[in-house]
Design a protein around this ligand. Sequence first.
Ligand code: LLP
Length: 447
Amino acid sequence: MIEGVAAAILTNMRRRGLLARMKKLLKPFTYQSTESVKELHCEQTRLRDIAARVGTPAYVYSGNHVIGRYREIDRALRGCPHQVCFAVKANSNLALLALLAKQGAGFDIVSGGELYRVIEAGGSPARTIFSGVGKTTEEMDYALASGVRMFNCESESELTLLDERARKAGRKALVGLRVNPHVDPRTHPYISTGLRENKFGIPIREAEKLYQRAQSLRGIKLEGLSCHIGSQITHLSAFSQALTKVVELANRLRAKGCPVRHLDAGGGVGVAYKSSDVSPSIAAYARTVLRCVRGSGLKLYVEPGRAIVAEAGVLLTRVLHIKAEGRKRFVIVDAAMNDLIRPSLYGAHHDIRPVLLAKDSAKQKQMVADVVGPVCESGDFFARDREMPSLQAGDLLSIDTAGAYSFVMSSNYNSRPRAVEVMVDGIEWRVVRKRESLRDLIRGERV
Ligand code: LLP
């Protein structure tokens, strides 16, 4: 009865276009109209105002969007005992980690540096998983002393070292064995991690024997399995193929008397970088994962990064010059590949929108151009042959979907100071990482 009423309300809302409008409101970056122009906002803050105060290039994040996405994933998995561990590598800004920590999020880390950030942000080591294929002795010692919840181990050599370090520290480390299920995630080869030829995990055929052998190590308590097959995955069938294999392995191990208490399903959920992209909904992803673990009694861990933060961020940049050479037109902006390397490194697409648009944008003149940065490499581009509204020097642009793997992958190449980061909350905003200065560029160097 109640379901029927809810369905009728939804149908009615859909008919009146309310659902589409509500969805738009939930988007963190939207155009809002003033008398003569349409202006891109983050939540209720004008991006133009932020750029005027802090300059460009500037990363801007919607804190409420980050919280909303985390909660959505957490809620979608409530059918099963679980912990959502945000993959810190996607965005390790302290303010962003602190927001997630306050929501009760756990963290997935891959270095001592990321652990340090989690602790500094007020995150709980007891809810932190240490993943990664090459942990050093120092990193293991630091993680053991901090009391991280668990280590995901990926080789026999690593298990042996962790066992030794844990015994030395007088501790017993909780461990999950990362298996490589040999499943094609159908993503960019650089971020595909679950195929035999990738360096990650223990080949699933060898995992059973190693798991049994490692039960005798006194410094570790090996009682779970983990599996991360790649990133920006849009075909959910890849997750079910991989997880089905891992749950079968768990059952085989249990039949042999080995304890298997948890399964870490990794991260990997893709997002839409352009409007024509088809990306899985959180609900559909959660259904897929839950279907695989249902009835297994395994506690579930997931490690989403991109799905929580990608759409929560943009990179603001200003047009420096327009240059036309024959039929080719270049829009030269003040951000570069050192600020956002995804287009150069993975051929990734990021939508680029002017922050100010004429009210009647249908009438705005269009042009086709390459959007490029000032770095001295032809690989320094954000878009090639992109159709966009006609631009001129001084215009402010938003490079979209830049909340994940963007600032974190930035560098000082060409001695360019790293960009400022800003966090928005409704009509308020604050700088959460200062723009680097020239002094910062040479910190630690000696003549
Ligand atoms: N867990 C592990 C063990 C991982 O290696 C990764 C990502 C994640 C979780 C989070 O995956 P996500 O949910 O964000 O897909 N720089 C690349 C992405 C590299 C991903 C590396 N591992 C990019 O810009 O696309």
